[in-house]
Write a protein that binds this ligand. Sequence first.
Ligand code: FNR
Length: 181
Amino acid sequence: MNIGLVIGSLRRESMSRKLATRLIEIAPASLRVTELEIGDLPLYNADLEAETPAAWTRLREGVRGSDGVLFVVPEYNRSLPAGVKNAVDVASKPAGQNLWPGRPVFVVAQSSGPLGGLAGSFALKQTLTGAGANVLSHPEIYLSRIGTLFAQDGKLVPDTQEFLRGALASFETFCARFAKR
Ligand code: FNR
């Protein structure tokens, strides 16, 4: 199955990106994960639909071709990063061409703090549910103090790795249930 990957942080040394890299390594072999880049998407503005920005078209084609979308996100001010919200909005438009209804999605949240990005994850899940996506509600992933979850070699510490391996297996099962292609 084709899985689109949205990484919620744009900075070079992003922990979300490091985490996503490890998730790809431990994902079930049946999942082919491709990043859906969001950093260059113009802010959603219906006026731009007259000459659809290439980055919007790229994102929409990526979402359309996916059997599920995995979000790996930090929390920004108790919500989701603006770039992630913009990507969800872009893929939900233009009217009548919302790509989210029925699409399986999974949110993995992380934070350098103690709360694991719970509020950001909830905000993202609310938006995705509102757009019509099928949000995998369990297991829930809120990785607190993310910097402590990587070993010296950059790999995830064993407990976290096994927990996430199981979570990705759940997402695979969830995607297979809804797969139409
Ligand atoms: C944050 N961070 C943060 N963390 C948190 O637990 N709750 C919060 O509300 C916020 N708010 C917030 C706002 C902004 C603008 C930034 C840049 C950061 C911290 C952030 O979530 C945390 O450091 C992540 O681990 C950063 O992820 P990346 O960029 O390394 O992927």
